[in-house]
Design a protein around this ligand. Structure first.
Ligand code: ADP
Length: 697
């Protein structure tokens, strides 16, 4: 119980712990998830915005320049100066001023030049003699312009000019009146501006901007190293070159990035902006750390609270247990003390009753003895005194016997020996033993054939004798005593009815108490011990029966009723029937027969034995001669009459028989006549076993 009690609170605490910690963990987990999602989405928006701004800037720079170049190429002065498209007819002096204006229009413009339709440079501002006359047919601006007859923005490249700056060329054809290309106006735009923007964004925002040209070649990206002009195989760039914006999570080395891609309108370039995921989620990581610290703290607080609660509960339980223990100890002490007090009181009462009961006859005995010793009395008086002394002596003896009987029974020292019993025969014998009386005749009225009961013959005889003697004693004015018996359910019920003093209703329930006697003037002269009914009750109850005493009231007679259980069929079957009133010897015989593999059924008197023989087919009989009612020889006669001489019978007796008597038994087929002395039981069992074995052969 204590274990179960201890388990329940700790289980409850475990449940509480789960109930407290689980939501806490869920809260922490989901808040981090939400924070990470919103941080990612904020980073995406930032990247998209950056790519838009970057794309707008690049577009404005390059497309703006392309516009300027296109317009300049339509200037009549330049068209005139280009003459008929033949280089040798070019009027170079007229070309210089517009070229110079153009070159100075923006700080990003590295050079402005005019080449002839065969791609050879004819004039360059600022003047760069090394490239005059050089054939640039391999440059895409040339190919583009010749193919499209329109303004063309080239791929990025490093010029052959001093410092080899990274540029894109914006080229526009100078067209003649009939649309033929007279010359090509060319502007080299340094990509430093774009690179500067990229670097600015990288340092200020931590965003890496990468710009590619229409061939996917990187023209600007963060970092000081000169751009290698390598083509990228980034799928986001490929999509942007096809005009598609996108956001991807990509990994470079061991680092994951979030990267947004966008096309740059009009010029077919792309721009992408990326930040490391760790940077995008830096705030989340910070929050995550914070959340976990707070969660851990809260969990610790909860656990500490639960532990404290657990301790508190445990302490309470211990206190309660201690209280209960101390209360139970106190209660036990009270009970024990009460029990001891009650026991002592009962003992004291018993002692005083016993000594009182003993003292009365003893005082009378001592008194009369003293009189007889000290004085001389006439013979008649002497006899009267001696008679009184004899009665007192007997009373004393029966008191002591009853008392010892009761004590023996209570201590279980005289166990019952139960066997099938013919109750009617037992009643008849008990009545006979009570002796005749003219004033209180006992009338047995048992017409019904009774089944055998399972009982100890000696103690039931004691009960009957006690009840019958009470019936007589408490009928001082005389009156018949009726004894009846009948079957009620699984028992035989015996009633002993008298028409004597009766019992006052208020004490009826106390009659079975030890030493209880009804105390009124009618009975003062009636001697008794107050133990008889108490003994009867214990005997009947140990048989599994009930006993009660009833009376219609004072002067209305009394009726004692007791029941005994009917013997079961199994109790009446066996190989050998033992007809023996000595329970101890019967048990010994039974044990000896069992060693021979034979079962026995025991009858304590001849009447019972006859009833059993009527119901069972015993294969042999062990017979005692001196029995309570019908005697052994009589039973033998009955047996031989019914069964012939074939049934093996061994006689066992304490009686010493003459040779003649023994021969008489042998003549009626008795196997042997044995004494009950040491070894008698074994010998009887051996003889029975031999006889049965011989019969089988
Ligand atoms: P006792 O030795 O006094 O007879 P019992 O235990 O046999 O002791 O009976 C207890 C008391 O019950 C008796 O003292 C008596 O008053 C009452 N009693 C018992 N049997 C009868 C009876 N048949 N008629 C009237 N009173 C009886």
């Amino acid at each position: 119980m204590i274990g179960a009690g201890a388990q329940r609170p700790s289980m409850m605490l475990a449940v509480f712990a789960v109930l407290t910690l689980a939501p806490l963990l869920a809260l922490a987990y989901f808040s981090i998830q939400i924070a990470s999602r919103s941080a990612t989405s904020a980073a995406r928006s930032r990247l998209v915005a950056t790519t838009s701004v970057g794309a707008a800037y690049v577009q404005q720079q390059i497309a703006g320049l392309a516009n300027v170049v296109r317009l300049e190429a339509r200037q009549p002065a330049l068209i005139d100066a280009a003459a008929d498209g033949n280089y040798s007819n070019y009027r170079l002096a007229e070309m210089f001023p517009p070229l110079t204006d153009l070159q100075q229009a923006s700080p990003g413009i590295q050079f402005a030049a005019i080449s002839d339709p065969t791609s050879r440079q004819r004039i360059v501002v600022p003047e760069s003699p090394t490239i005059l006359g050089v054939d640039f047919t391999y440059r895409d601006w040339y190919v583009g312009v010749i193919r499209t007859h329109a303004t063309y923005v080239s791929e990025a490249y490093r010029t052959d000019l001093p410092g080899n700056p990274l540029v894109v060329a914006v080229a526009s054809p100078i067209l003649g009146a009939s649309g033929q290309t007279l010359a090509i106006l060319l502007v080299g735009y340094r990509l430093d501006g774009i690179q500067a923007l990229v670097s600015r964004l990288a340092t200020s925002q931590g965003i890496a901007l990468t710009v590619t040209d229409q061939a996917g070649t990187v023209v600007a990206r963060p970092g000081d190293a000169p751009v290698a002009l390598v083509s990228t195989n980034d799928p986001g760039v490929a999509a942007a070159l096809g005009g598609q914006s996108s956001i991807l999570q990509v990994s470079g080395g061991n680092v994951a990035y979030l990267r947004a891609y966008a096309p740059v309108a009009d010029i077919g370039w792309t721009i992408s902006a990326s930040i490391p995921l760790s940077a995008a989620l830096a705030g989340v990581y910070q929050l995550q750390g914070f959340v976990w610290v707070v969660t851990a703290l809260l969990a610790l607080i909860s656990i500490a609270g639960l532990v404290w609660l657990g301790r508190l509960l445990r302490q309470r339980r211990l206190d309660a247990a201690a209280l209960a223990t101390s209360e139970s100890v106190a209660m036990k002490a009270r009970v024990t003390a009460g029990g001891v007090v009650a026991l002592n009181r009962a003992k004291d009462e018993l002692m005083s009753t016993v000594s009182h009961e003993l003292r009365t006859p003893l005082a009378s005995l001592v008194g009369f003895t003293e009189l007889l010793v000290t004085r001389r009395y006439p013979q008649a008086e002497q006899k009267q005194y001696l008679t009184t002394m004899l009665e007192e002596g007997r009373r004393l003896t029966s008191l002591i016997n009853d008392f010892l009987d009761l004590k023996r029974m209570e201590s279980g020292k005289s166990p019952l020996v139960l066997a099938p019993l013919d109750l009617k025969a037992l009643i008849v014998r008990a009545v006979a033993a009570s002796g005749p009386s003219e004033t209180t005749p006992i009338v047995v009225d048992i017409s019904q054939e009774l089944p055998l009961v399972r009982a100890d013959a000696d103690t039931i005889t004691q009960v009957l004798s006690n009840v019958l003697s009470n019936a007589r004693k408490y009928s001082p004015a005389g009156g018949a005593i009726g004894v009846k018996a009948r079957v009620v359910d699984n028992s035989v019920e015996v009633t002993i009815q008298d028409s004597g003093l009766g019992i006052p209703p208020e004490v009826r329930h106390r009659l079975f108490e030890t030493f209880f006697r009804v105390d009124n003037s009618d009975r003062r002269q009636i001697s008794g011990t107050g133990l008889g009914l108490a003994i009867c009750k214990r005997i009947i109850q140990s048989h599994g029966g009930t006993v009660s005493i009833d009376s219609a009231g004072l002067g209305m007679g009394s009726c004692v009723t007791f029941t005994l259980p009917i013997a079961r069929e199994g109790a009446k079957s066996g190989d050998v029937l033992l007809v023996e009133d000595d329970a101890g010897f019967a048990q010994l015989l039974e044990a000896e027969l069992a060693t021979q593999g034979l079962s026995a059924v025991w009858a304590a008197d001849a009447e019972t034995a006859e009833r059993i023989m009527e119901q069972m087919d015993a294969r042999a009989v062990v017979l005692d001669l001196i029995l309570p009612g019908k005697q052994g020889p009589e039973f033998l006669t009955w047996l031989r009459r019914g069964r012939g001489t074939g049934l093996p019978v061994v006689v066992v007796t304490v009686k010493s028989l003459s040779t003649k008597e023994i021969q008489a038994f042998q003549q009626v087929g008795v196997e042997a006549v044995l004494g009950k002395q040491h070894g008698g039981a074994k010998k009887a069992a051996d003889l029975i076993a031999q006889a049965l074995a011989a019969a089988v052969k």
